[in-house]
Design a protein around this ligand. Structure first.
Ligand code: ATP
Length: 202
């Protein structure tokens, strides 16, 4: 699985529809200060489901939408699509058979956020599910930003373990276990309520 292009429109400084191709495994983005290099990384995090404005270097989630410049009016929505080359079947589950996987997120100024997988509307959860254990996610180790190496070196053992578990592919099983434990707990509570009702009726 490899990121092959990013399509941006209305996102931060990328007001016009723009496609950034990633033709090989090693690609460098260079340009003067403020030209939008970090905005492309924010775009990846955002599509992966990042919901904290702070991690996208803004004050509110609306800050991802182009907010105007001296020569352009603000726009009403932002959209990003990440296209992955999945010819190695690296993205698992029901999507393993697709040679290309497109993940898209769109947001409007009224705060409506929508996600799409290969053009079909889906939940945020569907996106996080297929990337869990691949190393790519809103805050995963696939994105190494300024200061992250020193944070890793200084991390407490339990924080470091989270990274190691994601790298080893264990995190998705832990997440499923957590969900299953929650379901069991809810079912137990429902059974207890049912028993209370039975006791009242009898
Ligand atoms: P540096 O090399 O200094 O780190 P950079 O190339 O990484 O710079 P970015 O941080 O990606 O630059 O982009 C910053 C630019 O994006 C600024 O000019 C800022 O005004 C613009 N920008 C950020 N959010 C928005 C927005 N919502 N609408 C319009 N422009 C925006």
């Amino acid at each position: 699985m490899r990121l092959s292009k990013i399509k941006l429109a209305g996102f931060k400084s990328f007001v016009d529809p723009t496609t950034i191709p990633f033709p090989s495994n090693l690609v460098g983005i260079v340009g003067p200060n403020g030209c939008g290099k970090s905005n492309t990384i924010d775009a990846v995090r955002w599509v992966m489901g990042e919901s904290s404005a702070k991690y996208l270097r803004g004050d509110s989630m609306e800050d991802v939408i182009f907010n105007g410049s001296s020569s352009r009016q603000p726009v009403g929505q932002a959209s990003i699509e990440l296209v992955f080359d999945n010819s190695d079947g690296g993205l698992g589950g029901e999507y393993a058979c697709y040679a290309e996987i497109a993940v898209r997120r769109r947001v409007t100024r009224d705060g409506q956020s929508q996600y799409f997988l290969n053009g079909t509307r889906c939940r945020r959860r569907d996106i996080t599910d297929i990337f869990l254990g691949t190393g790519l996610g809103p805050r995963s180790y696939a994105i190494i930003e300024q200061g992250m190496i020193s944070r890793l070196i200084e991390a407490k053992p339990e924080e470091l373990r989270v990274y190691l578990e994601e790298a080893a592919g264990i995190s998705k099983y832990k997440e499923r276990r957590r969900e299953t434990e929650n379901r069991i707990r809810h079912t137990r509570e429902n059974l207890e309520r049912l028993q209370d009702l039975r006791d009242e009726v009898e």
